[in-house]
Structure formats: C-alpha cells, structure tokens
Ligand binder design. Structure first.
Ligand SMILES: *[C@@H]1O[C@H](CO)[C@@H](O)[C@H](O)[C@H]1NC(C)=O
Ligand SMILES: *[C@@H]1O[C@H](CO)[C@@H](O)[C@H](O)[C@H]1NC(C)=O
Ligand SMILES: *[C@@H]1O[C@H](CO)[C@@H](O)[C@H](O)[C@H]1NC(C)=O
Length: 183
C-alpha cells in the first residue's frame, strides 16, 4: 500500500515539474495528440478559351513562344470546383491563384493556389497548395502546405488526374485530397 501511495505522489510531482517547464508568461505548449484526417473529392475546371476564361495569361518571358513547354508563361486562375466532372455539377468552391510554366525541358507547372470552399461546414475554409505539377503525368501528386478555417494547420497532398481536355488547353481535372489537421 505504502509503495503505491509513494508512486502516485512521484507521478504527480513529475507531471507538475514537466508542466511547469513548458510554461512561460508568453508561450504555452499543449499536447492534444488529436489529429483529424479529411478526404475530399472534387473536379477543377480550368478554362482558357471563350469569352469568359477562368485562366488568363498575365505574363510571359521573351522566349516563351519559342519554348516547347512555354517556359516562363504565367497564368492567373479563378477556377470553379464542382462535385462531378460536368461543368453544370454542383459548385463547392473555387481555386484561385497562379500557375506558371517552370520546366524548360519537360512540362512542369508551378502551382501557387488557394482552394476555397463554399459548401456545407467547409464554407469559408481553404487550403493552400504549393507544388510542381508535372502536367503530362497521368497522376500528379502535389503538396498542401497550410490552410484556414477547418483546414487550419493543414498538411497533406492532392492527387490530380485529368478527366477531359481539349485542344484549346481547357481541362477538367479530378482531385483526391487528403488533409491532416488538429481538433
Ligand atoms: C524565337 O525564334 C525565332 C525564330 O526561330 C527567332 O528569330 C527569335 O530570335 C527567337 N526569340 C527568342 C526570344 O529567343
Ligand atoms: C506569342 O504568341 C502569341 C500567340 O501566338 C502572340 O499573341 C504573342 O504576341 C506572342 N508573343 C511574342 C512575345 O512573340
Ligand atoms: C480518386 O478516388 C476515386 C474514388 O476512390 C478513384 O476511383 C480514383 O482512381 C482516385 N484518383 C486518383 C488520381 O487517385
């Protein structure tokens, strides 16, 4: 009996000392240990053609037209995100940001894009994707580096696969996204 009481007292003292070491007046550390994994599936509509494109070229280098990969081209996008691949499918958000051709010998788009959502509990939440998109690969893996709202402190990845594309460069891309956040 005495041993158990002693052990409990030691445990209490140890916890108290450990906590005290973690606290200062200006900073605090809490180990919640609670991760949340969110998976998302949606389609990204990148439209370069027509009178109302969602992707517009805003800059290019002097030699861009001579490059087979259009190295140096920079585009601004405001692309709809929908549940299904059809453009008329339910809108759940928009992908806003930049992509540019960053590959001289093979197609590599540098993506700096915020994916913001407007549906359900995800309304007002966004994640930030910053990654190279090897656009000619059947499946492109891209890194998610942060987020807001429900995606605060997000880290994760997106797997993107082209659903359809035409000769104007318009493309509909399927995304499977896995994001880890904290409670
Ligand atoms: C692009 O190619 C054309 C024709 O080959 C050439 O005259 C021109 O100098 C090149 N422009 C640049 C910026 O490299
Ligand atoms: C590049 O090509 C586009 C489309 O063909 C043309 O509109 C543009 O003027 C060209 N730019 C340069 C710098 O040659
Ligand atoms: C995305 O998920 C769907 C459904 O699980 C699957 O059919 C598809 O192959 C996945 N695509 C990629 C690129 O992972």
């Amino acid at each position: 009996m005495g041993k158990v009481v002693l052990l409990v007292i030691f445990a209490i003292i140890f916890t108290w000392v450990a906590q005290a070491q973690d606290q200062t007046s200006w900073a605090k550390r809490v180990d919640t240990g609670k991760e949340v994994v969110t998976t998302l599936q949606f389609y990204f509509h990148d439209k370069l053609s027509g009178s109302n494109p969602s992707a517009v070229q805003i800059a290019q280098a002097a030699g861009t037209n001579n490059s087979s990969t259009l190295f140096g081209a920079l585009l601004m996008i405001d692309d709809p995100l929908t549940i299904g691949p059809e453009p008329t499918s339910k809108l759940v958000g928009r992908a806003r940001g930049l992509y540019g051709s960053a590959g001289q010998t093979d197609m590599g788009l540098i993506m700096v894009v915020s994916y913001g959502f407007t549906d359900g509990i995800y309304q007002g939440s966004s994640f930030s994707l910053l990654s190279l998109n090897p656009a000619m690969n059947p499946v492109r893996e891209m890194a998610i580096v942060g987020g807001t709202g429900l995606f605060r402190l997000a880290r994760g990845y997106a797997l993107a696969q082209t659903n359809s594309a035409n000769s104007n460069g318009d493309a509909i891309v399927g995304y499977n996204v896995t994001i880890v956040t904290y409670v």
